[in-house]
Design a protein around this ligand. Structure first.
Ligand code: C2O
Ligand code: CU
Ligand code: CU
Length: 460
């Protein structure tokens, strides 16, 4: 197996040898996890000269690790929850079995404080994904629980270097400590933005990249709120995939619109001269902000973008548009007011939003029925109507969908798991309901999700 280090191979054979004598160890070795995530309280120096307390990570002594898997190979991930509250882990964008989807009450019990849970699944698609809790989500993601997950293509496309970029904000005061996670009046509008922009938990990191080489920048916007336009300047670069799915043709990497939960894979041809820099910017009306820099190092490798093998399409079934049934969804205000303060897995205490006039507390499915039922194997067109003046990144678990059209703009024929619905936009997307189960369906601005803009669809 390609991903196995020499050390793991040695450990593996030692365990197998011991098992020969004792019998009992063989099962344990075969059963050992490929990854372990330990959901832990954490402290980290984010702002210079300060240590941010009350952070959370997926490792006791490190920021969230990048998980790497291979398409079509089963992965075992042991999650240990060492927080003093419940948690759960969701694998955003992975079309896996419902029982492994990590939504409390809908697909599994929350992982209580001190408990652990083993996830086992086989990723069907390659690309850049991410993982995060689905329990007390604003708090837990806000404090750090967002990580990048990479599923490698069957065949190496030929990059010299792969750079995962976990892009997110933290909401800190000048002393480096967390301030209130949200303001109610923002939750009822565009959401509450963080105050400190980071990439891989660093402010403005600089990465050394091979001069003249080919680098795959994997942008994952894991922020709880931010919708933003990102741009790569310097060298030659192209977007080659969005939300894990290869683009039909290359797109400029100068202005990439991403909303919470979305990803972009950028192929970068690094400049030839040692020391020359490439910058990842967040575009802002009052001036671009440099988020990360990439410094050409060494003698030119003289590679060209044309050297790369095109990414293979993921095996997402094509919807039968002629026989597809249309299901309408309207995203808007909530007819209700305050939500119950106390609920397992966290409530923000307000209800502002709804899907089809139903408001959900967010992570808890509650007594409500699915927003829609779909027949296994059938094609559907989801008509997503945003009647609010705010943008909503609409995310569906378990199945990928194809963008068809919008009343506001021309949509590329992308396949995705998260679509940004602009203010007052109506968008049609299509899918084949090929994965049975109850699938969460929500806005990925977490304050919207947690104040009503959530629900689930049933495929049966
Ligand atoms: Cu990224 Cu319901 O999740
Ligand atoms: Cu998801
Ligand atoms: Cu929203």
């Amino acid at each position: 197996m390609l991903g196995l280090s020499r050390r793991e191979l040695l450990l593996g054979s030692a365990a197998a040898g011991a098992a020969f004598a004792t019998g009992g160890l063989a099962a344990r070795a075969a059963n050992s996890p490929d990854h372990t995530l330990t959901i832990s309280p954490y402290e980290h120096g984010l702002l210079p000269g300060t240590i941010t307390r009350d952070m959370m990570s997926f490792a006791p002594d490190d920021p969230p690790p990048v998980l790497r898997m291979r398409r079509g190979e089963k992965a075992l991930i042991d999650v240990q929850n060492t927080l003093d509250e419940a948690s759960v882990v969701h694998w955003h964008g992975l079309r896996i079995a419902n029982a492994m989807d990590g939504v409390p009450y809908l697909t599994q019990h929350p992982i209580e404080a001190g408990q652990s849970f083993r996830y086992a699944f086989t990723p069907p698609d390659a690309g850049t994904f991410w993982y995060h809790p689905h329990c007390n989500t604003l708090e837990q993601m806000g404090r750090g629980l967002t990580g990048v997950l990479i599923v490698d293509e069957d065949e190496d496309p030929g990059f010299d270097l792969d750079v995962p970029l976990n892009i997110r904000d933290f909401r800190l005061g000048g002393d480096g400590q967390f301030i209130e996670m949200f303001k109610a009046r923002n939750a009822a509008r565009g959401g509450t933005y963080g105050t400190v922009s980071t990439v891989n938990w660093q402010i403005g990191p600089v990465y050394e990249v091979p001069a003249g080489g080919l680098v795959r920048l994997r942008l994952a916007l894991t922020d709880v709120t931010r919708v933003g336009t990102f741009g790569v300047e310097g060298g030659v670069s192209q977007v080659i995939a969005l939300d894990s799915n290869p683009l039909p043709g290359p797109m400029s990497a100068g202005n990439i619109l991403l909303s919470p939960g979305q990803r972009a894979d950028v192929a970068l041809r690094v400049p030839d001269d040692d020391g020359e820099e490439v910058t990842l910017f967040l575009r802002r009306p009052n001036g671009d902000k440099a988020l990360a820099r990439f410094k050409a190092t060494g003698a030119s490798a003289n590679r060209q973008l044309a050297d790369l093998k095109p990414l293979p399409a993921n095996p997402v079934p094509k919807p039968d548009l002629r026989n597809a049934e249309v299901i309408d969804f309207v995203f808007g205000w909530s007819p209700e007011g305050d939500a119950p303060q106390a609920s397992i897995c966290g409530s923000l205490g307000y209800t502002f939003w709804s899907i089809n006039r139903k408001a959900w507390p967010g992570d808890v499915p509650g007594p409500l029925d699915p927003l829609a039922r779909m027949k296994l194997g059938k094609s559907y067109i989801l008509r997503l109507r945003n009647e609010s003046p705010n943008a909503h990144p609409i995310h569906l678990h378990g199945v990928s969908f194809q963008l068809l059209r919008s009343n506001k703009r021309k949509l590329p024929p992308l396949v995705t798991d998260t679509a940004l619905l602009l203010e007052e936009e109506t968008m049609e997307v299509a899918l084949v309901a090929d994965n049975p189960g109850d699938w969460a369906f929500h806005c990925h601005v977490i304050e919207h999700q947690k104040t009503g803009l959530a629900g689930f669809l049933r495929i049966e």
